[in-house]
Every structure is written in structure tokens, then in C-alpha cells.
Design a protein around this ligand. Structure first.
Ligand SMILES: Cc1ncc(C[n+]2csc(CCOP(=O)(O)OP(=O)(O)O)c2C)c(N)n1
Ligand SMILES: [Mg+2]
Length: 572
């Protein structure tokens, strides 16, 4: 029996248990959207106001659930809008499927209206990138695209010329092989033994765990206990263990904690598990290193690794745990734990220095009081990331961020995705005023779909992180001021609820009110612009900052710069 190719393709999506598609319909994709309309009881199409939000939501959905995220656009301008979200998926290795429209097959290559060479456009971002060339191949190519995205943890693009979905084809039997649960990769005994030798000899081992350790939580804790090693988590792995877990030293790097920085300086063995931590400067100078990763190309990528182990981290850790006694010498771990107790004391002191204007450090713990244990936390990029990384003490919440691409504007799309992926769970996003304005049009999407998300805007009327970077590099601030938008009024104009807080005494009550709302709500918190100083300040940072202070002083007092520039050069 014959069916339209679009109907059969929609069944393939259903077969892969795809429940949500984020996108915006239009000319070159309408013929496929018509088939989604027919299928709407089983696959929900979520209309966004900007395709970038659709792609970021698809990427976030994938990061949260481990299932493929799907986004849809017309060809030309719609497809171009997707790119930033797709690069986020590529960078964070999240399987995503793109269904992009295209001009009809017989117009391709004729400079048709809105025609863009989509294969070229998507080439760099994708692991699979094909234009459907016949109605018959539409379902099987779609199946291939999904398989590839899962297998290579990347972006698959299917370009669908407008004529294809309405053509009649013979029925297609979906390929029923289960491929989402790839069998576990077993590390070699030889490599494990070589690693174990270093682990047994180490007096001050430190574990750096990334998202690759997520599924090995129990084995990881047991391993840390046995070898008496503290664990530092990369930012996207925040939440693998509660922040107050006795072995957790928090994050590393500019956003990180002082105890993590110091542990890295002191360690005599770095054990990296499922991470490709990007900042070489925050890793030890020359300690030996053992690294476990599923992907052989990650081994030794950014740090000279002594023993590389390719395979599943839960298996590797389990095997080591079986062979390791409980270490007797635990002084280094104890020191790190004491440092961490002091660090939390320091953090809590900062949080308690209450005042108006509101300090960002006070906002996060007050927000935390109303955040559920199983909430979804979507965090945007900026100083706001540091405040959340440091001051939100994760218990069991899911932490979501654009970690490798670090694109501003990821917070709200992540919250939208979280609401669809986990209906009934509380969803909170914390954004800077800069990041939020990049995607604020899609607050109406939350209103339209009745999602009671909580949006907290840390409103410093600046792209604060860039101001801080400029100062740290010894420059004067430039191009960083933002207009003072009343985001609470905007929320109400969209049909949501909005509160503006500028007095710290109102913070707690406002968050409580927001948590009871049935509508999406924005809490616009007017904060003091503060530099998020790193846990440990390096000489270079201090020198750069001093240079900035001097330049600022001379500018404010209208002192002639050229002779001073010479003097400054001599100083730094
Ligand atoms: C799309 C994009 N553009 C530019 C940047 C560079 N960038 C990183 S943080 C930041 C400032 C963020 O400002 P805001 O959202 O107000 O947060 P704040 O730092 O003030 O807390 C900028 C411009 C980026 N990461 N992503
Ligand atoms: Mg800001």
C-alpha cells in the first residue's frame, strides 16, 4: 500500500521515540510539518520564536535526557538561525537531529528564492549531512541520520526539499535494531594494571571528573574513598555529587574554588575521568597522569598523559576498586577537606554580607531556599555562571549549561527544554541581563505552552564578565554598558508574571512568591556589578588589574597618558 513519504518519515520519528520537535514552520518545510500536524497526538511540535532557541532547546533536551533532541526550520534564513545551537550540541557532544527544509528538488542549484547551499552551511557542524534526493529514500535516510547522531554524539542534518514529503511511496518497514544503548567498552587489563601501579604509589592523588563520570557515580565515590583522593568536577559535571559531599572540591579554573586550585598545585598524580578539561594553566605543572576516556582521541589531548585507558569509566573504576585496599595514609585528603571547610566558611561569609544594592553572592543562596531537590537548573553564560557555580550548593538538581561553546542565551532555551523533558518538575533558569536579552522573545513560548518556569535575571546593566576581562587585561572598560530594561514589565506584557527587586530584604519573599506561581515568571534582580574574582588570584591577574586601576585613575584625573604608558611598561 502507498503512503506519502512525509507520513512514513513521521512514523520513523515516532519509532525512535521522538516526542518533541522544536522549530518554526514555513514555506520549504510546510509539507513535512503537515504530516507532523496529523501526528500531533504522538509527537509534539513546539513553536519557538527564533530558530536559534529551537536548536539550543534541542541540544539542551539531549544533554538533559541522553535522548536525541530534534529541531526544525525552513531552508535559507531559518536554517542559518539554527547554527549557534547546533554548535553548542557539537561542542558538548549531544545527539541532535535537524530537519531543514529546502527549495523543491528541481529548483536546487538555480539560485531559487531563499536558496542557500545547506550542505555547505552545515558541513562543519554535522556528523551526518544529507539532502533527500528521492521520496523513497526519505525514511531510510532519516533512520540513518538518527543512528549517526546517537553513534557519534553529534549533529545529524537532513535537508528535505519541499516536494519530497507529499510524494507517494510504498510502505517502509522501520529498522528495529536498538542502537541507543551501545554496549559498554571494556578497557584493557594491561592499561588498567599500568594505571593501578601509579595509583598505588601516589601520596597525593587528585581526581578530575567530567561528564564521562556521570554514570559511574557509585564506583567513583568508592574509588575516591579507597585511594583517599579528593574529586574536582568540571562545570558540566557539577551535580554528579552534591557540592557538600566530603570528597567534592568543587570546580577548577576561573570559576573554581581555592582548594581545587591548591590540590592541583600539590598533587603527585592527576587522575582524569571522562573529561577534556580545557584550561592547561589550571592543571599541574608536571605531575604524572592517568586518564580514562571512551574516546581514544581525547587521551593526552591537553595534558601529557602517562597512562591512557580507553573504555567505560564505570568498568575501569570497578576493576580498580576490586584490587585496591583502603589506603591508610589519608593526610592529603584530610588537608583538602579542611581547606574545603574553610572555603565554605569564606563563601558563606560573602553571602551574609547583605546590603543594598544587592550583592550577587546574596541572591543565589536566597534563591536556593525555594529550589526543589529535583529541579532542573539551566544557567546562562557570564559572571552569572560563576555566581551559580560557586554559590548554588547542588543537592540533586540537574545542572545545565552551554559548557564548551559557552554561548550566551542558553539559559532560557534550556529551561524550555527542561519543562518538556521533565513535566511536573520545577525548572529554574539564572541568566545575566545580556544573555537573557539575546533570546528574550522566547519567554512568550513559555507563556504559550503554560510552563511555570522561574527566570532569575541578575541585572547589572552590563556584560559584566567582559568588563571584568578587560580590567584583568589592564584595559579600560569599553562597550560593556547595557540599557536598564524593566524585565518584570516585559514578563507581564508577554502574559507571564514579573517582579523587580532592588532591596535585598525583599529577595526571600519574592522568590517564595515566584515559586508558587502557575505562570512563567521573571524575577528581575538589580544587583551591584561585582568582579567574580577567581578562587586563587595569579600574579598575572593581579598585575593586569593593577594596570587597569592606574589607567582608570589617570583617565579620571585627566593626566596625560603617553609618558605614563612608558612608565607602566617598565612596571609590568
Ligand atoms: C553569543 C555570545 N556572544 C558573546 C559572548 C562573550 N561573552 C561571554 S560572557 C559575556 C557577558 C555576559 O553578560 P550578561 O549576560 O549580562 O552576564 P554578566 O556577565 O553581566 O553576569 C559575553 C559578551 C558569548 N559567550 N556568547
Ligand atoms: Mg549583565
Amino acid at each position: 500500500m502507498k503512503h506519502t513519504a512525509g507520513k512514513v518519515a513521521a512514523e520513523v520519528l515516532e519509532h525512535w521515540d521522538i516526542k518533541h520537535i522544536f522549530g518554526l514552520p514555513g514555506d520549504s518545510i510546510n509539507n513535512f510539518v503537515e504530516h507532523l500536524r496529523v501526528q500531533k497526538e504522538r509527537i509534539e511540535f513546539i513553536q519557538v520564536r527564533h530558530e536559534e532557541v529551537g536548536a539550543l532547546a534541542a541540544s539542551s533536551y539531549s544533554k538533559l535526557t541522553g535522548k536525541i533532541g530534534v529541531c526544525l526550520s525552513i531552508g535559507g534564513p531559518g536554517a542559518i538561525h539554527l547554527l549557534n545551537g547546533l554548535y553548542d550540541a557539537k561542542a558538548d557532544r549531544a545527539p541532535v537531529l535537524v530537519l531543514a527544509g529546502q527549495v523543491p528538488t528541481d529548483k536546487v542549484g538555480h539560485d531559487a528564492f531563499q536558496e542557500v547551499h545547506l550542505e555547505k552551511l552545515f558541513e562543519d557542524v554535522s556528523v551526518f549531512n544529507q539532502r533527500v534526493s528521492s521520496p523513497e529514500s526519505f525514511p531510510s535516510l532519516l533512520d540513518q541520520a538518527i543512528r549517526k547522531a546517537y553513534a557519534e554524539k553529534g549533529v545529524s542534518v537532513l535537508i528535505i526539499p519541499d516536494d519530497i514529503p507529499m510524494e507517494q511511496i510504498e510502505g517502509y518497514t522501520p529498522n528495529l535494531t536498538e542502537t541507543t544503548s551501545v554496549s559498554k567498552q571494556i578497557p584493557s587489563d594491561e592499561d588498567l594494571d599500568a594505571g593501578l601501579k601509579y595509583i598505588k604509589e601516589a601520596k597525593k592523588p587528585v581526581i578530575l571528573a567530567g561528564t564521562g563520570a556521570n554514570k559511574a557515580r557509585d564506583e567513583l565515590v568508592r574509588f575516591a574513598e579507597k585511594i583517599a583522593a579528593p574529586i574536582i568536577f568540571t562545570l558540566p559535571a557539577k551535580g554528579t555529587l552534591p557540592d557538600k559531599h566530603p570528597y567534592n572540591l568543587g570546580q577548577l579554573g576561573q570559576i573554581g574554588t581555592k582548594p581545587a586550585y591548591e590540590a592541583m598545585e600539590e598533587t603527585d598524580l592527576l587522575i582524569m575521568i571522562g573529561t577534556s578539561f580545557p584550561y592547561r594553566d589550571f592543571l599541574p605543572d608536571k605531575a604524572p597522569a592517568v586518564q580514562i576516556d571512551l574516546d581514544p582521541s581525547q587521551i593526552g589531548k591537553r595534558y601529557p598523559v602517562t597512562v591512557g585507558i580507553v573504555g567505560d569509566s564505570s568498568i575501569a573504576l570497578q576493576k580498580w576498586n576490586d584490587q585496591l585496599p583502603m589506603k591508610e595514609q589519608r593526610t592529603f585528603l584530610k588537608e583538602c577537606q579542611e581547606n574545603m571547610v574553610n572555603w565554605w566558611r569564606h563563601i558563606e561569609k560573602e553571602e551574609n554580607q547583605v546590603s543594598s544594592p544587592i550583592k550577587p553572592q546574596e541572591v543565589i543562596p536566597k534563591l536556593q531556599e525555594v529550589v526543589d531537590d529535583d529541579a532542573i537548573l539551566s544557567v546562562d553564560v557570564g559572571n552569572v555562571t560563576v555566581w551559580m557555580a560557586r554559590h548554588f550548593k547542588i543537592t540533586h538538581q540537574k545542572f545545565l549549561i552551554s559548557s564548551w561553546m559557552a554561548t550566551m542565551g542558553c539559559g532560557l532555551p534550556g529551561a524550555i527544554a527542561g519543562s518538556f523533558a521533565y513535566p511536573g518538575r520545577q525548572v529554574v533558569t539564572v541568566c545575566g541581563d545580556g544573555g537573557f536579552t539575546m533570546v528574550m522573545h522566547d519567554f512568550v513560548t513559555a507563556v504559550k505552552y503554560d510552563m511555570p518556569i522561574i527566570v532569575v535575571i541578575m541585572n547589572n546593566q552590563k556584560i559584566g564578565m567582559i568588563k571584568y576581562e578587560q580590567e584583568e587585561q589592564g584595559h579600560l572598560e569599553y562597550g560593556t554598558d547595557l540599557e536598564n530594561i524593566d524585565f518584570a514589565a516585559f514578563a507581564r506584557a508577554c502574559g507571564g508574571e514579573g517582579y523587580r527587586v532592588s532591596d535585598h530584604r525583599e529577595l526571600s519573599d519574592t522568590f517564595k512568591k515566584a515559586a508558587r506561581e502557575k505562570k512563567p515568571v521573571i524575577i528581575d534582580v538589580i544587583i551591584e556589578d561585582q568582579p567574580p574574582l577567581p578562587g586563587k588570584i595569579t600574579y598575572g591577574q593581579a598585575a593586569g588589574y593593577s594596570k587597569h586601576i592606574m589607567k582608570k585613575f589617570f583617565k579620571e584625573h585627566e593626566i596625560d597618558m603617553p609618558p605614563l604608558r612608558k612608565a607602566l611598561k617598565r612596571l609590568f
